[in-house]
Design a binder for this molecule. Structure first.
Ligand SMILES: [Zn+2]
Length: 322
């Protein structure tokens, strides 16, 4: 056995140890540690604070179904994903740690959904809304052929039902490497075509970025949206991670501490609004009602109370663009 073979064997053993450790599922705990201030938050009480740390206002991941219920507290319809298109594993991807098929099967069983996105539709404040929500726990919220085909189905459904607005609430590691070029093309090129189909039918497209919205999904569908909103305090909104991005700095340049933050994106013109979680839905509805001419500006302004200052600030800008 030469030294290369020996190191490879050691590497495999280390990976197996880590794989065993993964079996201790942190999501089973009743408590969650705030990664900003360290406070232990009881998971059952997070619902009352909208998954925001009560000590420091850090935003925890809000579960996808909780996001859906915020948008549609009453009636809603689930848009079924196309489960018969045979796009699970075109590359038959395997490593020494197991196959992609197994990873996918485990994610489906644990998260009880077909792929990393969910599609719903319903009526909100007299608006026909289609909603796409990421589940980051499903393989890092990555998009491959399954997500791409599902997204196209949601787009077609929005067009057939003359939707007013499609809202994408995303948190994603980007395009899945397990689908290779086919995944890249279907998510990025196909995604842009889908967004264009919506725009041709005058359906307003709104993207909402949570922390860790990255890669090919950020660079295509997300930024092809007409209105781009980021959650307050969101971080890691980047095409590539900090380590890779640092390689592209010119001599003498340094990376700002705010790199990839919501505020940096807003200052650089790569976001229209940065909003607290509680203001996202009302702001989208208000803007959509004006743009879709469901209600006039004066009527909306009359109803706004003092807590809706952000909406009040963007109303004139929105009205100018109509
Ligand atoms: Zn905290």
């Amino acid at each position: 056995m030469n030294w290369i073979t020996r190191w490879k064997k050691i590497g495999i053993k280390v990976k197996k140890i880590f794989k065993t450790r993964e079996k201790i599922d942190p999501s089973a705990s009743l408590w969650i540690n705030c990664s900003s201030c360290g406070k232990l938050n009881y998971k059952d009480t997070l619902k009352e604070t909208d998954w925001i740390c009560s000590a420091c206002q850090y935003y925890f991941d809000k579960p996808p179904l909780a996001i859906v219920n915020t948008f549609f507290p009453n009636e809603k319809t689930f848009i079924e994903p196309p489960t018969n298109s045979g796009n699970d594993d075109p590359l038959n991807f395997k490593t020494e740690l197991g196959s992609y098929k197994d990873k996918l099967a485990k994610a489906r069983k644990k998260e009880k959904q077909w792929c990393s996105i969910l599609g719903y539709k319903g009526i909100v404040e007299n608006l026909k809304v289609h909603l796409v929500v990421s589940n980051f726990k499903f393989l890092g919220g990555s998009w491959g052929l399954n997500e791409s085909f599902y997204f196209q189905k949601i787009v077609s459904d929005a067009i057939e039902n003359s939707a007013d607005v499609i809202v994408l609430i995303l948190k994603t590691g980007g395009v899945s490497m397990f689908n290779g070029t086919a995944g890249l093309n279907s998510v990025m090129a196909g995604g842009i075509v889908g967004m264009q189909r919506l725009k041709e039918k005058n359906i307003l497209t709104v993207a909402v970025g949570q922390s860790k919205t990255t890669g090919g999904v950020l660079a295509s569908i997300f930024y092809a949206s007409e209105i781009v909103i980021l959650e307050k305090g969101a971080h890691d909104i980047t095409f590539a991670g900090k380590k890779i991005s640092k390689n592209y700095l010119a001599a003498g340049e340094s990376m700002s501490d705010s790199f990839g933050s919501a505020d940096e994106k807003l200052a650089g013109g790569l976001a229209d609004l940065v909003l607290p979680r509680s203001e996202i839905k009302p702001t989208i509805c208000t803007l959509a009602k004006i743009i879709k001419k469901k209600e006039d500006l004066a009527g909306i302004e009359e109803k706004l109370d003092d807590s809706k200052n952000t909406i009040r600030e963007v109303l004139p800008k929105t009205a100018e663009k109509i």
